[in-house]
Design a binder for this molecule. Structure first.
Ligand SMILES: [Zn+2]
Ligand SMILES: [Zn+2]
Length: 227
């Protein structure tokens, strides 16, 4: 099950074994996904919602936290991890809204490890080694090139990613809907009043020396937004 030996030894540990048994005692022997009775308790799988990695396995708030553990049957577990030819249908989400509306936070909370995330700010960072809020104009054509390549990958469902998230302002309704169509994406609107965006900008530490610039981005988004 686990690729890393550190994870294998976690699954053999007494802490994990006894937590798993106590959760089974507490919650019963029904699969928490499909409701099927699982006859033998050794077939009940304790699945970690936040996937275990060598980095987080020692964090007991993740590895031994009952809220992060789901008791599921073999079939559901394979579906969750899209194994053995279960056609893990790739879902695509286009997350849009004004600057400071919480798009990145939303994606961070809803994505899973193995998802593909396309975000201009992050792409800028990747090729400039600058913080995400500092985007030199002269790199635009290179960054947009990578961005468009990834969008093409999503359109053709190329690659082995699970779900994909495209983050952006997309104020213009026509452009937004056309892109969503091409991507086969579900639109998710991060609704936020202009005053609230400006208030968050005021409180934002990282952008504190670029407030004028970001206030302009916010103004521009609301000027061009079409519902
Ligand atoms: Zn199940
Ligand atoms: Zn699992």
């Amino acid at each position: 099950m686990a690729k890393y030996s550190i994870l294998k030894s976690f699954y053999k540990s007494d802490e994990w074994t006894s937590l798993r048994l106590s959760l089974i005692n507490e919650r019963g022997n029904r699969c928490e996904r499909c409701g099927k009775i699982i006859a033998k308790s050794r077939d009940i799988i304790g699945h970690h919602k936040i996937e275990l990695t060598p980095e987080n396995v020692h964090d007991h708030n993740i590895s031994l936290n009952p809220n992060n553990i789901e008791l599921v049957c073999f079939d559901c577990h394979n579906k969750i991890h899209r194994r053995f030819g279960y056609s893990g249908k790739k879902e695509v989400f286009l997350v849009y809204g004004p600057p400071m509306s919480g798009k990145t936070t939303f994606v961070r909370q809803n994505m899973e490890r193995g998802d593909l995330v396309v975000d201009m700010d992050q792409l800028y960072s990747a090729v400039s080694m600058l913080p995400y809020y500092d985007k030199p104009d002269n790199l635009f054509s290179n960054v947009i090139g990578i961005h468009n390549l990834l969008l093409d990958n999503i359109k053709t469902r190329y690659g082995r990613w699970h779900n994909a998230w495209v983050i952006g302002g997309y104020a213009d309704k026509y452009k937004r809907e056309r892109l969503a169509n091409e991507l086969g994406a579900e639109l998710i609107f991060m609704e936020c009043e202009k005053e609230e965006c400006l208030r968050r900008l005021e409180l934002d530490e990282e952008r504190r020396y670029r407030k004028d610039e970001w206030a302009k981005y916010i103004e521009k988004w609301f000027e061009t937004f079409t519902e």
